[in-house]
Design a protein around this ligand. Structure first.
Ligand code: DLL
Length: 432
């Protein structure tokens, strides 16, 4: 039995999909040209006008947008609709400088929720399911996105948000949740907790929809075995609305991109050149239908491969591989985007030198973040009380900047190894 939320779209012919894309791209470029002066200026600088964009074949003529543009234009500079037409924002974690604030009209939210509903139905979801959403609610897109999708499918939705594992297990068993939505690392932790609490026979889960961070096939099998479910990947980013840009079907061999809303390209991250299908490179998205935050050729920095090989599920939309890495230095720790530069900013502001190391690990299926930083000869102390106090202050400042806890370890001046080439700032010990 095939499961589709919008079969006529999800299984449309390639000709039909291309026709939608051509029409929507032309419309979207005009919308942006008329309403987003920031991007219009970029187009003018490149000598492109809407008349040059007649179909998807002309996409390469448009300028790229990057996170730097988002920072320059923060907060309102990339909006395509007046604030009075917007009903919501969502945001990534991070500093004012790095924070991404995405705006939504009601129409944007409707389409976003449709995308998430497609993912839930692809995972076997129906109106008879109980969908436990333990992605974070609030500014993060995970909770609101899957919550909206779950409503659309008609599932009984448990808006749990993240954390409080004991309560998660209680609702999972008492309300007989059948679909679990959370980050894969939290799924692994929950799976272990289910076993430890002897609840394996009491849970009714059949599927999980896990994303927002990288996870391996090994992790998938582990979660599937421990919970007795089928585990599906889901991908997205705040800039393009959130989760649901792409999702896995039962074949579990990549995620179908919702191509009626998002036009995908793979580029060489060094040169910006568009690469042929099957090449590994940086994923670039053009939002074809977003009104309030209509990003054209947005560089995601996620490295992956696209394939149009026919899929046994019957969906015709292109598939992307799991992201294989990033072309920038962004880390995802506990589902939160962390840039080493944010940490450096805090250290320098607090009078520490730029001699530091960031150590990321995964302990009991949960990410840990440690920052080791050298004291300066001026603030050096060998008093344990004083050092603990200094560490506490840094922990608080880092929490304010990143939104998550980072352990801080102060070390004596000149003890962090100097590198002869590029400084090794990040040691990621997670074996994902
Ligand atoms: O993580 C949106 C999301 C929420 C996706 C819930 C899936 C489920 P951001 O916080 O803006 O948005 O982070 C976006 O996370 O550029 C990728 O690097 C990474 N990412 C998202 N999904 C996956 C995935 C949400 N399935 C950034 N596998 C993206 C690997 C992922 N990385």
């Amino acid at each position: 039995m095939k499961n589709y939320y919008q079969p006529e779209i999800e299984t449309a012919s390639r000709e039909q999909i291309l026709a939608w894309q051509n029409e929507r791209l032309v419309k979207q470029v005009n919308h942006v040209w008329n309403n987003v002066p920031y991007y219009r200026k970029k187009m003018e600088e490149k000598g492109v006008t809407p008349d040059d964009i007649k179909s998807v074949d002309d996409l390469h003529k448009l300028p790229f947008l990057t996170k730097n543009d988002l920072r320059d234009a923060y907060p309102y500079g990339l909006m395509g609709k007046p604030l009075s037409d917007c009903v919501r924002i969502q945001s990534t974690s991070g500093t004012t400088g790095k924070r991404v604030v995405a705006f939504y009209t009601q129409h944007d939210i409707d389409l976003w929720e449709d995308c998430c509903a497609r993912a839930i139905v692809a995972a076997g979801g129906t109106k008879d399911d109980v969908c436990q959403v333990c992605y974070g609610y609030g500014l993060f897109t995970g909770g609101p996105g899957l919550n909206g999708g779950s409503h659309r499918v008609g599932c009984l939705t448990l808006p749990m948000s993240s954390g409080n594992t004991e309560r998660q297990l209680q609702f999972m068993t008492d309300l007989e949740a059948t679909i679990l939505c959370c980050t894969p690392s939290y799924a692994q932790y929950l799976a272990e907790s289910v076993h430890e609490a002897g609840l394996r026979d009491k849970i009714k889960l059949k599927a999980g929809i896990f994303g927002a961070e990288a996870w391996s096939e090994n992790m998938r099998r582990d979660i599937e075995n421990k919970l007795g479910i089928k585990a599906y990947d889901i991908y997205g980013l705040t800039e393009t609305s959130g989760p649901g840009v792409s999702f896995e079907c039962e074949e579990q061999t990549g995620m179908h991109i919702n191509e009626d809303h998002f036009l995908a390209e793979i580029i060489d991250p060094e040169t910006g050149e568009v690469l042929p299908e099957g090449s590994k490179g940086e994923l670039v998205f053009t939002s074809l239908t977003k009104e309030a935050f209509p990003l054209l050729r947005y560089r995601t920095r996620d490295i992956c491969v696209l394939t149009r090989k026919p899929c046994s599920c019957g969906r015709t939309h292109v598939k992307m591989s799991k992201p294989m890495g990033r072309s920038d230095d962004m880390l995802i720790v506990k589902g939160v985007n962390v840039f080493p530069s944010q940490i450096e900013q805090v250290l320098l502001a607090q009078g520490y030198p730029a001699n530091y190391q960031i150590i990321v690990d995964r302990v009991n299926h949960s990410d840990t973040l440690e920052v080791q930083v050298e004291m300066t000869p001026e603030n050096f102390s060998d008093s344990l009380v004083k050092i603990t106090e200094m560490e506490k202050k840094l922990v608080a400042e880092l929490k304010a900047m990143l939104g998550i806890y980072a352990k801080v370890k102060l070390v004596a001046p000149k003890t962090i190894a100097r590198s002869e080439g590029k400084a090794v700032r990040v040691i990621d010990k997670r074996k994902i």
